[in-house]
Design a protein around this ligand. Structure first.
Ligand code: GLU
Ligand code: MG
Length: 440
């Protein structure tokens, strides 16, 4: 008689340190638990990336929740090289009576998108572009962006693409990036909630495929203080109720519609505060520096990779329609930020810009570091926070941004990040980067 092991499926949530956690059941039980989910608890939101809970923990030791799988957000593939399939379903955290829980970041994104839609009729299409390093692989030195640099890691890249494809992530392109042992993978744009689910799946599947090659994939924002950073570039565009593109207007500067311009103005206005969420670790701020193609000022530009908001290129080859491709990229993010929270913050900030009918920010060209203070002020260029504590100060000072969340949620987020800062206070930047490389 042969017996086979029944594979597991995990119901997961991603926390404020961007760690994906959850509980697993045997696959045949998924339908049974689909309505009521698996157990979860409030205090889990106070977990640090160091396997501790912050003290004081605003949630205490009592209370229970349910983590309910969204069966549309299931990512399953037998191609990661593991003994059993990778099988993960993103869930929403609810109270025991099924009402939404105020600490669920997936629900926050869903609500932000619903509010934008109710106010404007518009939906967000998004894509997360991930950069990461492969460590422990003893890869021979490779040329940036080269064919050989990808091939030297073979079969990592084809295995990764096959696993992502089978999981339903709809991967687009994989490259050997500019940095040493650095790679990048993109996926097709999708409804914003789907895109954030895909971001979680991409991180986990990439780690698993690398692990099965005997390597470690790391999405840490800076592998070393002077190394090329790993960004997460969040692309967004809008469609109206009929599904027609609503971001592009060829008559306006950079092709940015008046409407999308107000959205971008809202994002830039609140950028110093929301950076704490999108670039959420101590080492994130080693990346957010001028001249590193990341982000450093509140800056919208047409196709400039130094800008925080970059209008991306469109292609007109063979009569392609720019309106459908046209999108804006938010570059001040990395993988220590929770993808749901990051995108929710961008959407909420954009909605503020729409509500206030803000004018489209100027499209800046040139190097802000070479401008005078007065020139920068005229263009509205503000330096982004240069450390995590400074970002937390900017967050708590922006009452509009803190007002999007329940006070206990803000308290938990800020408490976690201050704890992280204090814990690393004695380490030099190289040691901080080393630590994050193992954590992310
Ligand atoms: N590695 C850069 C970053 O930290 C991005 C380079 C690129 O434009 O792809 O965001
Ligand atoms: Mg890149």
């Amino acid at each position: 008689m042969t017996s086979t092991v029944e594979p597991l499926v995990a119901v997961v949530t991603t926390d404020l340190s961007a760690i994906t956690r959850g509980r697993s059941v045997v696959e045949s039980k998924l339908q049974k638990i689909a309505a009521t989910g698996v157990g979860w608890l409030q205090a889990n939101l106070a977990l640090t990336p160091f396997n501790s809970v912050i003290d004081p923990n605003p949630w205490g030791s009592s209370g229970d929740l349910r983590l309910v799988p969204d069966l549309n957000a299931r990512f399953r593939t037998a191609l990661t090289g593991s003994a059993t399939p990778f099988d993960m379903v993103a869930g929403n955290i609810v109270e025991l009576d099924g009402s939404p829980w105020l600490g669920c970041t997936r629900t926050m994104l869903r609500d932000a998108l619903a509010e934008l839609k109710a106010a404007t009729g518009v939906s967000v299409i998004a894509a997360f572009e991930h950069e990461f390093n492969i460590a422990d692989a003893n890869l021979a030195p490779g040329h940036s962006l080269s064919f050989a640099a990808l091939r030297r890691a073979d079969p990592f890249a084809p295995n990764l693409m096959a696993a992502l494809e089978e999981a339903g992530v709809a991967p687009e392109v994989v490259i050997a990036e500019f940095g040493n042992e650095q790679f990048e993978v993109t996926h097709e744009p999708a409804d914003a909630l789907v895109a954030a689910d895909r971001a979680v799946a991409i991180r986990e599947i990439t780690r698993e495929v690398a692990r099965n090659a005997g390597w470690r994939a790391s999405f840490a924002p800076k592998p070393a203080p002077d190394a090329i950073g790993n960004g997460v570039h969040i692309h967004f565009s809008f469609v109206d109720e009929a599904g027609k593109p609503a971001t592009y207007d060829p008559a306006r500067p950079g092709g940015l519609s008046n409407w999308a311009g107000a959205f971008c103005a809202g994002v830039l206005r609140h950028l110093p505060a929301i950076t704490a969420m999108t670039a959420a670790s101590v080492s994130s701020y080693y990346r957010l520096k001028p001249h590193s193609w990341s982000s450093s000022y509140t800056w919208l530009a047409d196709r400039d990779r130094e800008a925080s908001l970059r209008i991306c290129p469109t292609v007109t080859i063979a009569g392609r329609d720019p309106a459908r491709q046209y999108n804006v990229e938010y570059r001040a993010a990395d993988a220590t930020g929770n993808p749901y929270l990051s995108l929710a913050a961008i959407v909420r900030a954009g909605l503020e810009g729409l509500k206030a009918k803000l004018p489209t920010p100027p499209l800046v060209s040139g190097d802000p570091t070479l401008m005078s203070e007065a020139e920068r002020a005229k263009l509205g260029l503000v330096r982004l926070p240069e450390t995590l504590p400074a970002a937390l100060d900017a967050l708590t000072a922006d009452r509009t941004v803190t007002g999007w969340f329940a006070p206990i949620f803000v308290e938990t987020f800020v408490g976690l990040k201050r704890h992280e800062t204090e814990r690393l206070a004695g380490l030099d930047p190289a040691s901080v980067c080393n630590l994050y490389r193992t954590l992310y």
